[in-house]
Unconditional design. Sequence first.
Length: 421
Amino acid sequence: MKIAVEGCMHGELDNVYKTIQHYEITYNTKVDLLLCCGDFQAVRNEKDMESLNVPLKYREMKSFWKYYSGQELAPIPTIFIGGNHEASNYLWELYYGGWAAPNIYFLGYAGLVKFGNIRIGGLSGIYNARNYHLGHYERPPYNERTIRSVYHVREYDVHKLMQVEEPIDIFLSHDWPLGITDHGNWRELIRYKKYFEQEIQDKTLGSKAAAQLLEKLKPYYWFSAHLHCKFGALVQHGEGGPVTKFLALDKCLPGRKFLQIVEVESGPGPYEIQYDEEWLAITRKFNSIFPSTKKNANFGGAELDMQDCRQWVRSKLQERGSKPFKFAETFPSENSSQSISNSHVSGDTDEHSRNPQTECFLELLELPYLLDDSSESRELTNSSASLTQRGFNDDNSEDIPIDDLDESELEDNDEVETRIK
């Protein structure tokens, strides 16, 4: 199986797909899957732009809306996670994962699916110690504070991923696992990213949560983005233990190392996205303690037995099948004159929309819907002026500048390489 891995998408779907098609024609081959490591920017319309965490001068519609509306169809199956530059209102609709557009699948805030017999997991967002132990209290419409905190990784989602016991082939995170630079050529990295040196020496570059998951899950591949550069590493898990091949990639720009083709051993197919039994069982076990306010989850309150959950989920999938529920359009896309007449959308478009995929997913697992507005999130939103009223504050030290330039821009770099060295 040939898998294309892309770093930060930043809405450049057209250019990434064209690059892959150029590779297929040049090498007379077929790419089976595209993985994107965040900053996907699934912006459907002008309303989504208000929840897109980028400085005002960089707010552009880009090309996702064409795939959402059906004007274009993704030429290969695509799986992505969220980063820190996202239309968070739309991704919140698909918290558990689902089709963001036909043939384009969002893994959710945390998720695990199968593609053929390959298991692919991921964690959306970036690590921030201040918000890590909080619950998911943010709701649209976001203010200057919650538009940033909504994409911060939460302990609840990491805890669910830490329950995975069966081997994972590929894992995606937006920011890098903390300490990953110890396993690669960091001196070469700081040659063209000089401002990383102090963080590397202080051992603060990267995500503590991702490092915990790397140590626990030990996937064969781990792919990341966020820092707008290419960096490879090999992580040996104990003496004689398995090895994780880590690769971070750049953003989609000419001359940048934003795309890599890897070959993964796999079965004969069919190559299609399917639910993962173990992950559905974990979701069922822990959904009752989903933290919908600032208060973190009480992990001891998840009373369901995991083996019972596995058996229950297995019977459900045998009855229904493992394919995700079909894509459903919930809001009009850009340049669309039609309005979406949908009972799932109620009142003001600033309010939370119940995506039919999420509702069907929860019905399958016989779980309640817990993503609606909470009184706490409404009070937080009303206590501060909206983004459109006060403007966007683009001063944030955790962000990587979208228009950053460095010495690597001046090098002759291939956009596509065929293997990890």
